[in-house]
Design a protein around this ligand. Structure first.
Ligand SMILES: [Fe+2]
Ligand SMILES: [Fe+2]
Length: 260
């Protein structure tokens, strides 16, 4: 079973870039399951029903999110109702949405679990204990984790925590791809961060001049989603019948024109 995971899709340029790139990615990798992080899909921050639907239409089977998930109030009711759009499981239980979903792919029951790091981000429970509790009770043949976290040490640590128990841990949130993709000794595919799907002429998806102004003046600054040089970033993992990974391959491709 092959899983294609796509990193944080940023705004319209990211959504259109993903849509334009998907036919080529499908042909090259033949994924059975496509997971897309959509936390930045609405105007660069947050998600709405409309942008989630666009990601599902582009080919996503499950949409994960992260710290920007509650940016748009109108999405709360949608998050409660949408089965394949999930938010970090270690947020307060009463918050809108759910933290994992079990889907069928290539004859396997795949648990897709979204978790948030606790360092530099707000959570109700530590990700380590949360994922243990989910794995204890979920009925599935394998599990895939989107670990949405700020700090590389916490990301690498959860990889070791889950090694041999889940098929893959894909890091998201920093929008910068890391060069540490590998299958850990116990059989879990791991990468600290897959990167983002959006404009590379940017600072994490924001127009460079605006991000620079904010950092250099330390004044409130209007952020707009950058549009130039859109790339799609992610990773492909081959999952064996034992529910562990045989391989992980990073994906970094320019979106075909017209992406913007
Ligand atoms: Fe993000
Ligand atoms: Fe994030």
């Amino acid at each position: 079973m092959k899983v294609l995971f796509i990193g944080d899709v940023v705004g319209g340029p990211g959504r259109r870039g993903l849509k334009a790139a998907m036919p080529g990615l499908r042909e090259q990798h033949r994924p059975d399951l496509v997971i897309v992080n959509g936390e930045n899909s609405a105007g660069g921050m947050g998600i709405t029903e409309k942008t989630a639907e666009a990601l599902l239409e582009a080919g996503g089977d499950v949409i994960t999110t992260g710290n920007h998930v509650y940016r748009h109030r109108e999405a709360y009711e949608f998050l409660d109702r949408a089965e394949r759009v999930i938010r970090p499981a270690n947020y307060p239980h009463a918050n809108p949405g759910r933290g994992f979903v079990v889907v069928e792919a290539a004859g396997m029951r795949v648990a897709v679990i979204n978790l948030s790091g606790a360092i530099g981000l707000q959570v109700a429970r530590l990700p380590f204990h949360e994922v243990d509790a989910i794995l204890d009770r979920v009925e599935a043949d394998c599990a895939i984790v989107d670990f949405h976290a700020e700090v590389s040490s916490e990301k690498v640590a959860i990889g070791w925590h889950l090694d041999g128990r889940v098929a893959a841990v894909f890091g998201t949130h920093t929008h910068v791809p890391t060069a540490d993709a590998r299958v850990l000794p116990g059989g879990t595919a791991f990468i600290s961060d897959v990167g983002m799907t959006g404009a590379r002429t940017s600072v994490l998806g924001v127009k460079p001049e605006q991000a620079l102004a904010a950092l250099m003046t330390q004044m409130p600054t209007r952020f707009e989603t950058a549009t130039e040089d859109v790339w799609v970033m992610g990773a492909v993992v081959e999952v064996n019948p034992q529910g562990l990974a045989d391989s992980i391959e990073q994906v970094m491709v320019p979106a075909p024109e017209p992406a913007t």
